[in-house]
Design a protein around this ligand. Structure first.
Ligand code: AMP
Ligand code: MG
Length: 404
C-alpha cells in the first residue's frame, strides 16, 4: 500500500498538462498563464496627482503663506499643455497628469478653496498656508511597473487582481492552458438525487455536489455523469460515457473498496489498469488510481469525508498539474494542538477547529471523526495533518493544518 506521497507522485507522473488556448480576459480567471507577462512600458505611464488639489512649485510656498494664481484646470484624462511658472498653480484631479513646472500637489482640503462640490469652476487665486516638499502627492511614472519587468510568471493561476494588471497592460485576451475536463460520477444503489424524498435504505448523493463544486473551484470543466448503479453494466456505461465526452480525467466516488458490489474497481481493471487501490492514510484508505481506456482515473472513497480529503490530497494537485499551474501546494498553517490528538499511525487528516489562544493558532478536534459525518467537516476550519508513523500528538505539540 503506497504512502500518501508515493501515491501522489504516481498520479502526477501519469497526467498531462492541457494545451494552450487564447481566451477573453474575463474568462481567464483561475487559468494558468501560458507565458511570462512583461510590462511593455512604464506604469503609471505619466506622473500624476494622488489627490484632488492644486499642482504648484514647492519653492513658491516655502514662506509662511502664499497666494498663487490659478492658470489651468486639469481633469483626469486630459493631457496638460500648460507649463507652470513661479507664482502659478493649476487645479488638478486625482489621476490627472501633472503639468510641467509643477513639482508637488496640495490637497484641496489644505487650501482656502476647500470646495468639494462636483461642477465647481476653479478660483482665480488660491491661498496656501503650508510648506510643501518637492514630489509630495505626485505618483511618478513607472513607480508601479517598469518597462521590461516580468510582472506575472508563466504557470501562475490568475486571480481577480491579476486580471486588473493584464487589463492595465493592454491585454483584452490572454494565452492560458485549457481547463482540464473532468468526468464525475457517483456510484451506489443506495444513492438518490439531492431533490428526491428519502426511501427505506437510501441516502442522498452528497459527494457529486461536493466534488463538482471543488472541481470547478480548482479550475476544472466538470462533466456530470450522474449516478451509477452497483452493477457492472451501469458502471461501465458511465465510464464509457466519460470517454465519449472526451474527459481528460475520470473521477468517481465509492465502489473501490472490498465490498461485493464494488464494481468500479472491477471495471477499471477490466478495461484499463489499476495502479493502486489503497493508500496508507486516514480517512480515505480505499482510494484507487489507474486508467480507463487510456484516460487517468481516480476513484475516491464513498464516505463523504474520505472523498473530500481524497480530493484535497490527490485531486487538487492533479488538477494543478493538468492545468499547467505552477502555484505551490495549498498554503498550510503551523498550529498548536490544544488537546491530545491520537491517530493510528497512518498519515491522518483530522477535522479541526482553529482558535487563537494567546495569539497562537490552536487546534481542537471538530466533532466526531467518523468518515461518514459530513456535519463535522462543515463545522471544521481545517484538516489537521498527523504525519505517518505518529500515533499521538500531546497537547501543546505543533503540526500542520490545511485551512478549509
Ligand atoms: P462504498 O465505497 O461504496 O463502500 O461506500 C462507502 C460509504 O459511502 C457508504 O456508507 C455509502 O453509502 C457512502 N456513499 C457512497 N457514495 C456516496 C455519495 N455519493 N454520497 C454520500 N454518501 C455516499
Ligand atoms: Mg457502495
Amino acid at each position: 500500500m503506497p504512502s500518501v506521497q508515493e501515491a501522489r507522485e504516481r498520479i502526477l507522473s501519469q497526467v498531462k498538462t492541457t494545451p494552450i488556448e487564447t481566451v477573453a480576459l474575463d474568462d481567464s480567471l483561475n487559468r494558468a498563464l501560458a507565458a511570462d507577462i512583461l510590462a511593455d512600458g512604464d506604469y503609471p505611464p505619466f506622473d500624476n496627482s494622488a489627490v484632488d488639489g492644486f499642482a504648484l512649485r514647492a519653492g513658491d510656498v516655502s514662506a509662511s503663506s502664499a497666494t498663487l494664481s490659478v492658470v489651468a484646470d486639469i481633469p483626469a484624462g486630459s493631457a496638460p499643455t500648460v507649463v507652470l511658472q513661479a507664482g502659478q498653480a493649476a487645479r488638478i484631479m486625482t489621476g490627472a497628469q501633472t503639468p510641467q513646472g509643477a513639482d508637488c500637489v496640495i490637497p484641496i482640503e489644505e487650501t482656502d478653496f476647500n470646495d468639494q462640490q462636483a461642477g465647481t469652476t476653479p478660483p482665480k487665486t488660491v491661498r496656501i498656508a503650508k510648506q510643501m516638499k518637492p514630489g509630495e502627492n505626485i505618483r511618478l511614472r513607472g513607480t508601479d511597473m517598469r518597462a521590461g519587468d516580468v510582472v506575472l510568471k508563466k504557470g501562475r493561476t490568475l486571480k481577480p487582481q491579476d486580471l486588473g494588471l493584464l487589463a492595465t497592460l493592454g491585454y483584452a485576451d490572454v494565452s492560458v492552458h485549457k481547463k482540464p475536463r473532468v468526468a464525475l460520477m457517483s456510484s451506489g444503489d443506495e444513492l438518490l438525487e439531492a431533490g428526491a424524498p428519502l426511501e427505506p435504505g437510501k441516502i442522498r448523493d452528497s459527494n457529486s455536489h461536493v466534488l463538482a463544486a471543488a472541481l470547478a473551484g480548482a479550475g476544472a470543466e466538470v462533466i456530470r455523469l450522474g449516478l451509477a448503479k452497483d452493477t457492472r453494466e451501469s458502471v461501465t456505461a458511465l465510464l464509457d460515457e466519460a470517454i465519449h465526452k472526451k474527459a481528460g480525467l475520470i473521477l468517481s466516488s465509492a465502489g473501490v473498496s472490498v465490498g461485493a458490489f464494488d464494481f468500479v474497481k472491477e471495471a477499471v481493471e477490466t478495461n484499463g489498469n489499476l495502479d493502486f487501490w489503497k493508500v496508507n492514510m486516514r480517512p480515505g484508505k480505499p482510494l484507487a488510481f489507474g486508467s480507463y481506456r487510456g484516460i487517468p482515473f481516480i476513484g475516491l472513497p464513498g464516505n463523504p469525508v474520505s472523498a473530500f480529503v481524497g480530493f484535497e490530497v490527490f485531486v487538487r494537485p492533479t488538477l494543478q498539474r493538468m492545468s499547467g499551474s505552477m502555484d505551490g501546494d495549498r498554503q498550510r498553517l503551523r498550529v498548536r494542538c490544544a488537546q491530545k490528538i491520537e491517530s493510528d499511525g497512518r498519515e491522518s487528516y483530522l477535522r479541526a477547529r482553529i482558535e487563537s489562544i494567546d495569539g497562537v493558532p490552536s487546534a481542537f478536534l471538530a466533532g466526531h471523526q467518523g468518515s461518514g459525518n459530513l456535519l463535522s467537516l462543515v463545522q471544521a476550519d481545517a484538516l489537521l495533518i498527523i504525519p505517518a508513523g505518529v500515533k499521538c500528538l500531546p497537547a501543546g505539540s505543533e503540526t500542520d493544518a490545511i485551512l478549509l
